[in-house]
Design a protein around this ligand. Structure first.
Ligand code: HEC
Ligand code: HEC
Ligand code: HEC
Length: 461
């Protein structure tokens, strides 16, 4: 591990000894040097093709948290993601053509096509359309729309209930256009432009149209109120988040307390400079994060700060997304539990960062052309269901319980990992966990929690 870190600091990444790729300062995926034209012989088996590994920018996150790229000889880039939880190790698709949050990425939103015409020579098949509508690997359309059927689980309600769509007698050409790219009629829609971004092919959209026009009332009575997202019970709490028998993350603080007293290669421990009792000496620190730190010329969360401060003062690494960093962040925030969040958004640097974070929240990115706002504002998805997930409303506060125990994965996530996972429904490569873009988004989100008491570690399903 240590050798790996040293190489990262030196600006070099070695991937399993295959090949070294050079690493510059922050640069977008869009500005990477053009790849050589495809040279692979047609008979070459894919298993023999060894990718080069490149790092998207300088970072103090763990290798997994950095989101390095495997670059294949034909130019294809696949992002390396966390092995654990839902991330799946390596991304399935190369998402580099799509717009990202990277401040250096100037890719525009895909333009709304001038005219979309339903192909007249194709005949839609409602049964095929239903299968596509339900396909969990694709949209799924049921993530946002209810349709009839006991197998429809779990449906969401960000979009209108389409259970009797056929009765609306809309022209088929309109339905085709809406699915292809709804922005023509709803410029600010939360529905991805399925046709424009190539997520569904024209003939598939024709099947979807045939299916939707086949949906006619009257509906048979609902057997299970939970099937319908409009009558489904909303989840209630997760019990006492500070009770260690309920929230295993509470116990992780013991490791952080041990670390606190440990001397690093520089001969110092945290305790040497900050007294032996972190709960006392650090009380009042966490509610001010993320904050602008002049020394580093950027906004940082506690996690970001530790990744720089620990090696500078003790000589020990504390990479963002490492267990040491998560444990220490929990301890530092726990020390301020009950105190009210008070992040600065008024100093000129903080204000500018807040505004950039806010712009990011509303920026549409990725193959799905989604913005955070699509799922986390009340006029769109916030407070509604995306599939079985009740979406948080950002303006009600969504940060003061992070890092948070994830009951379904049995691990702790800090807010950056949560954001990185939100890149998945966006159809976007994740940025490194310590990216300044995420820090400024986090500042924007945390400002909504100002005045509310910290309660860390949280617990969520
Ligand atoms: C992220 C949520 C989301 C997903 C996923 C989604 N939609 Fe939508 N859809 C919406 C919203 C929201 C609207 C309403 C238009 C608006 O106000 O933006 C809508 C509208 C529609 C309409 C028009 C309804 C009407 O009454 O005019 C159709 C048809 C439709 N969607 C079909 C689909 C199909 C087919 C899929 C899957 C390929 C799909 N939707 C996936 C959010 C979504
Ligand atoms: C050599 C002394 C020294 C050591 C060792 C040290 N720190 Fe610090 N720490 C400081 C000083 C000085 C500051 C304030 C100035 C700064 O931000 O660099 C500080 C600031 C901090 C802050 C931010 C306080 C605020 O109000 O924003 C945190 C959190 C922190 N240290 C945690 C730690 C942890 C955790 C360790 C052990 C991994 C550690 N420190 C080790 C000297 C030290
Ligand atoms: C297509 C929908 C979608 C988009 C777009 C999306 N998220 Fe999420 N987000 C979710 C889901 C699902 C959850 C889990 C349910 C919940 O807590 O809201 C979630 C949870 C979160 C949470 C945790 C809330 C909590 O209380 O634990 C944060 C913070 C968050 N998202 C931030 C973002 C940010 C920032 C963006 C934009 C970069 C974003 N999300 C984009 C679907 C989305």
């Amino acid at each position: 591990m240590r050798r790996y870190h040293a190489l990262v600091v030196a600006g070099l990444v070695l991937a399993g000894g295959i090949e070294a790729g050079s690493v510059g300062t922050a640069r977008s995926m869009g500005d990477l040097p053009p790849e050589a034209p495809p040279t692979a012989k047609p008979e070459a088996k894919p298993a023999e093709v060894k990718p080069r590994i490149i790092q998207q920018r300088a970072s103090k996150a763990t290798p997994e948290g950095r989101g390095d790229f495997q670059v294949y000889p034909d130019g294809k880039k696949l992002q390396i993601r966390y092995k654990g939880g839902p991330f799946g190790g390596v991304a399935k698709a190369d998402l580099s053509p799509w717009r990202t949050y990277d401040y250096a990425n100037k890719t525009p939103e895909p333009p709304v096509p001038e005219a979309v015409k339903m192909p007249a020579d194709l005949k839609g098949d409602p049964a095929k359309g239903r299968k596509l509508f339900m396909d969990r690997e694709r949209a799924p359309c049921t993530g946002c729309h209810l349709i009839p059927g006991e197998d429809v689980w779990p449906a969401g309600n960000i979009g209108p209930d389409l259970s009797t769509y056929g009765d609306l007698n809309r022209p088929e050409s309109y339905t085709y256009e809406i699915i292809y790219d709804a922005r023509k009629y709803f410029p600010d829609t939360a529905m991805p432009p399925w046709g424009t971004t190539g997520l569904f092919k024209p003939e598939e959209i024709v099947h979807l149209v045939a299916f939707l026009h086949s949906l006619k009332g009257p509906l048979s009575p609902e057997k299970d109120p939970n099937r319908n997202p409009n009558t489904r019970a909303k989840p209630v709490g997760f019990g006492d988040n500070l009770d260690p028998t309920n929230n295993p993350a509470v116990l992780l603080m013991d490791d952080a307390k041990d670390f606190w007293g440990k001397k690093g290669p520089k001969g110092k421990s945290c305790a040497d400079c900050h007294t032996a009792d972190p709960e006392k000496s650090m009380r009042g620190v966490a509610p001010k994060y993320p904050k602008y730190l002049a020394k580093y010329q950027r906004v940082m969360s506690i996690e970001d700060f530790l990744s720089r401060h620990a090696p500078e003062t003790t000589g020990m690494e504390m990479l963002v997304e490492s267990q040491e960093n998560l444990n220490m962040s929990i301890l530092l925030k726990y020390a301020s539990n009950g105190l009210r969040v008070q992040v600065d958004t008024m100093s000129p640097e903080a204000r500018a960062a807040y505004e950039r974070g806010k712009a990011g929240f509303f920026k549409r990115v990725g193959q799905r052309n989604h913005a955070c706002a699509d799922c986390h504002t009340p006029d769109k998805g916030g407070g509604k269901f995306l599939g079985g997930r009740l979406l948080v409303i950002a303006s009600e506060g969504s940060t003061k319980h992070f890092p948070t125990w994830r009951t379904n994965f049995g691990v702790v996530w800090d807010i950056r990992k949560r954001m990185q996972w939100c890149m998945d429904p966006l159809g976007m490569h994740m940025l490194p966990a310590d990216a300044v873009e995420y820090a400024e988004l986090e500042l924007y989100l945390t400002a909504f929690d100002n005045g509310k008491p910290l309660s860390v570690p949280g617990i969520r399903h």
